[in-house]
Every structure is written in structure tokens, then in C-alpha cells.
Design a protein around this ligand. Structure first.
Ligand code: NAD
Length: 475
């Protein structure tokens, strides 16, 4: 069985205390690797390495840093097969999805920020004849990046790429449920020519090493993606030391289908936005709101398309959906389906675990639930969606806004004015009109309300990883 290591100062090293956690393969339910359960001593080593690397990395010519990140992007592409297989075994997602989306997008993250950094410019204000102000945007120093399990390498790279591009040294922690692709990344960072200590990767539990990274006085900024409950703890901890913090948290995203939409397109994409990656994408539309005049038509088409989904071994090409990430998560998803029944919901499709080894759950569609019930209010983060009727634009907006979350929303309509009107009234950081999950990395990414604070993407991320300093010159 593979035993993975931390990556500190350009070397793979065992955890100092020699403690490990089992890593379980969701597709089989069996242990397939052991991962370090790192502690404060491992963190001190990483801090020492990162502090030592900062003076050189932060003053390296931008073009040179950019070249290293481009090389890292190339190497991920060259190792696509290995990374995709690891990601699929680690997370339970279909191998074809990891190959087509997760790993290529992780490479794109490095490439995007490698290019963005050479095009990044800072602000200047000229008051003619009086003064000139310019903003110096210096890297912060050592920063902490903590990521979740659902898109392991993609979200890990989404955080560390802008931090590194801006000249910071990083202490990063992937989820303890999906550590394998972050582990592979260390070797490629060395091959790409990244100096030792610039990127340090520690594995282990959130409440242990994750919390320690946030608490350590060396990490001056924390970029965190994960659940809203954890985000609260991270935010409160970071606030004690006035750290910069970016929190990308949970969602309960509405998918609003108006009667004037292109129904076939709305159904086809809604199947994807409900069940891609087993519904374990923070941006999945888990509450489908359909205008009453097309409710029955939408429902019958949607259900018949969902019936074509094949749940099975993530490594088999014909599996549309793989396994959920863990036994605990499988139980959590199932408990919400049982709750939905108690709340008066009707299960139109699915609603059961699969009777096989591993953590498989059927794609599940529920109707007949009030918007205030827990099933419609709390994030389930699995292959479970609710269908709900609305009778007016106002009602759709009210229901869309009725949760504590505000991450993303999709609107289906062919009426341009209505699309803008509704988009401007829904409290979500990301709005898609007649599409889903289409991303331009230059745009701000993040949520409103309990879905987080701060924005990632493009210059937002580059600015986040700097310490702005205004310099004023009197003319
Ligand atoms: P989680 O909050 O349990 O864990 C996220 C990461 O934080 C993990 O690496 C974990 O080890 C670490 N962690 C846990 N406790 C910590 C602590 N006290 N201090 C520091 N780190 C700690 O989330 P998860 O279950 O891994 O991921 C699922 C959640 O992530 C869902 O709520 C989902 O919506 C959210 N998510 C949000 C986005 C987004 O961009 N908004 C993207 C993906 C996932």
C-alpha cells in the first residue's frame, strides 16, 4: 500500500511524529493509501522553508516566475493519465471526468496565472501639478492555502497558482480525503524549477494541521475553500491576527426555469448541473424552480433524461456518475433523503444507496417540498435535487433568495430583459443565463451571504495575494 509524504523545502519527508491516516478509495470502500497526519512540528519545518525561500522568490523577475509556472502547467498535461487516475481513485469521480475536466483545468490554472502575472499592472493616480500616487503591490510573504475534496487538484491549484505567481511562498493543505494529486504535484514543482521552500504541501486533518496553518503567525493571508461551518472557524481564527482571508464556502443554488426557455436545452443542462461529479460541485443547482405552466413538461423530460444516468465504478468509461467521496458523506446524503420524506417530499427518482461495495448513491429527484423546509435550505452536496413550482417572476426571485447562501444561480429564459432583471435581483455571486459552469478565469469568482467573502479569479486573486502600499509624491 502506498504511503505518501509531506513536501517540504523541495523534498518528500515523513511526518515527524510518524502518524498516518487511512485514505479510503470511494469506488471500493477499501483503504488504498496512508497519508501523514501532520502536526505543529511539521508546520514549523514548512514555515522555516517558506520564510527562507521568500526573499529570492519574491524578487525573482516576473518573467522567470512565469516560466516556472508555465512549465508546471506543461508537466501536469504530460502527466494527465497518472493524475486523472489518482484523482478518480481518490475522490470517486469518473475517470473520464478527471481526464476531461479536473486535470486539464488544474493545468490551465497554472498557465492562466503564469500569463496573468506578466500582464498585471498596478494603479496610479496623477493630480496634475500637485501629486502623483501609485500603488505598490508587494507579495505578502508566507500564505496558507486550504482546499476541499470535491475538485481536488483543480481547487488546490486555483489557490496556489495566483499566490505563487505574485511571489508568495505557500504552505498548502489539500483535503485529507483526497490528498493524492497534491502529493504528485511536489515532484513536478521540482522538475519545473521551482526553488525549494516556495511550495510546501502538508497533509492531515483539518482541525489539526489545517487549524495550525491558520493560527500560525507566519501565514499572513489565508485562502480557504470548504464548508460554511469550517469557514466560520477559519475566519474567526484569522481575524485574531488581522490576517487577510478569502473564504469560498457552501451553496444551495437555485436553477430557475421560465416558461419561455428553450426547454430541451434547459433540461439537458439541468441534468448536468444537478448530477455532474455526483452533485459534489459547490456550483451545482440543487433547487430547480420551474414556472408552473411548463412544470409537468419539464418534469417528465428531466426525469426521463436522469434515468439514463449510469452510476458505477469510476474507472469504467460508461459510468456517468461514480461514488460519493466517503462513507460519512454517503450517510449524510441518505439522511437528507430520509428527512425529505419526513418533510412530505415525494421521491420521483432514486433515493437509495446502491447495493454494492463503495459509496454509491442513486441520482435523486424530490418534489412537493416547501422552500422553508430543511431539505430546501441546507446544503446536501450530493446527487439530490428538489423540483419546485413558481407562478410569477417575483415568486421565483423570492424563493431563490430564501436561503442563507448566495453562491450561484442559473436562469433559463429567452427574454433578455427578464434575464437581466432577475439576475440583478438574485443575491448570488455568480449568475449563469442559459448555461452552467461556463467559466472565464478573468472574472471574479465567489459567493454572497454565507457562501463566503472575498473573490477569486483574475486580478481579484492576484490583488488578494499582495500587500498594497500607496506611495504619494508631491510635485
Ligand atoms: P470542509 O470545510 O470540511 O474542509 C475543507 C478543508 O478545510 C479541508 O482541507 C479540511 O481538512 C480543512 N479544515 C477543516 N477544519 C479546519 C479548520 N478548523 N481549520 C483549517 N482547515 C480546516 O469542506 P469539505 O467537506 O472538504 O468540502 C465541501 C464543502 O466545500 C462544501 O460545503 C462545498 O460547497 C464547499 N466548496 C465551496 C467551493 C466554492 O468555491 N465556494 C468550492 C468547492 C467546495
Amino acid at each position: 500500500m502506498q504511503k505518501i509524504q509531506n513536501f517540504i523545502n523541495g523534498e518528500y519527508v515523513d511526518p515527524i511524529k510518524g502518524q498516518y491516516l487511512d485514505n479510503i478509495e470511494p469506488g471500493t470502500g477499501k483503504v488504498f493509501a496512508q497519508i501523514p497526519n501532520s502536526n505543529q512540528e511539521d508546520l514549523e519545518k514548512a514555515v522555516e522553508a517558506a520564510r527562507g525561500a521568500f526573499p529570492k522568490w519574491s524578487t525573482m523577475p516576473t518573467e522567470k516566475r512565469s516560466k516556472i509556472l508555465h512549465k508546471l502547467a506543461d508537466l501536469i498535461e504530460e502527466n494527465l493519465e497518472d493524475f486523472a487516475l489518482m484523482e478518480s481513485r481518490d475522490n470517486g469521480k469518473p475517470l473520464w471526468l478527471a481526464k476531461a475536466v479536473d486535470i486539464p483545468r488544474a493545468s490551465t490554472n497554472f498557465r492562466f496565472y503564469a500569463s496573468a502575472i506578466v500582464n498585471f499592472s498596478t494603479e496610479a493616480q496623477v493630480s496634475e501639478g500637485f501629486m502623483v500616487n501609485y500603488t505598490r503591490r508587494a507579495p505578502i510573504g508566507v500564505v496558507g492555502c486550504i482546499s476541499p475534496w470535491n475538485l481536488p487538484l483543480y481547487l488546490f491549484s486555483w489557490k496556489i497558482a495566483p499566490a505563487l505567481a505574485m511571489g508568495n511562498c505557500v504552505i498548502a493543505k489539500p483535503s485529507e480525503l483526497t490528498p493524492m494529486t497534491a502529493f504528485l504535484l511536489g515532484r513536478l514543482a521540482n522538475e519545473a524549477g521551482m526553488p525549494p521552500g516556495v511550495l510546501n504541501i502538508l497533509h492531515g486533518e483539518g482541525k489539526g494541521i489545517g487549524q495550525a496553518i491558520v493560527e500560525h503567525e507566519a501565514t499572513k493571508a489565508i485562502s480557504f475553500t470548504g464548508g460554511t461551518t469550517t469557514g466560520k472557524i477559519v475566519g474567526a481564527t484569522a481575524a485574531q491576527q488581522f490576517k487577510k482571508v478569502s473564504l469560498e464556502l457552501g451553496g444551495k443554488n437555485p436553477n430557475i426555469v421560465f416558461a419561455d426557455c428553450d426547454l430541451d436545452e434547459a433540461v439537458k443542462t439541468s441534468v448536468k448541473s444537478s448530477f455532474t461529479n455526483q452533485g459534489e460541485i459547490c456550483l451545482c443547482g440543487s433547487r430547480i424552480l420551474v414556472e408552473d405552466s411548463i412544470y409537468d413538461a419539464f418534469k417528465s423530460k428531466f426525469i426521463s433524461e436522469c434515468k439514463k444516468i449510469v452510476v458505477g465504478d469510476p474507472l469504467h468509461a460508461e459510468s456517468t456518475m461514480g461514488a460519493l467521496v466517503s462513507y460519512d458523506h454517503l450517510e449524510k446524503v441518505d439522511s437528507y433523503v430520509q428527512l425529505a420524506k419526513k418533510e412530505g417530499g415525494t421521491i420521483l427518482l432514486g433515493g437509495k444507496k446502491l447495493d454494492k461495495e463503495g459509496f454509491y448513491y442513486e441520482p435523486t429527484v424530490i418534489e412537493g417540498l416547501d422552500e422553508t423546509c430543511r431539505t430546501n435550505q441546507e446544503e446536501i452536496f450530493g446527487p439530490v435535487v428538489t423540483l419546485n413550482k413558481f407562478s410569477s417572476e417575483g415568486e421565483a426571485i423570492r424563493v431563490a433568495n430564501s436561503t442563507r447562501y448566495g453562491l450561484s444561480c442559473t436562469i433559463w429564459t429567452t427574454d433578455l430583459k427578464k434575464a437581466h432583471r432577475v439576475a440583478h435581483s438574485v443575491h448570488s455571486g455568480i449568475i449563469w443565463v442559459n448555461c452552467w459552469l461556463v467559466r472565464d478565469l478573468r472574472t471574479p469568482f465567489g459567493g454572497m451571504k454565507d457562501s463566503g467573502i472575498g473573490r477569486e479569479g483574475g486580478n481579484e486573486a492576484l490583488r488578494f495575494f499582495t500587500e498594497p502600499q500607496n506611495v504619494c509624491i508631491k510635485l
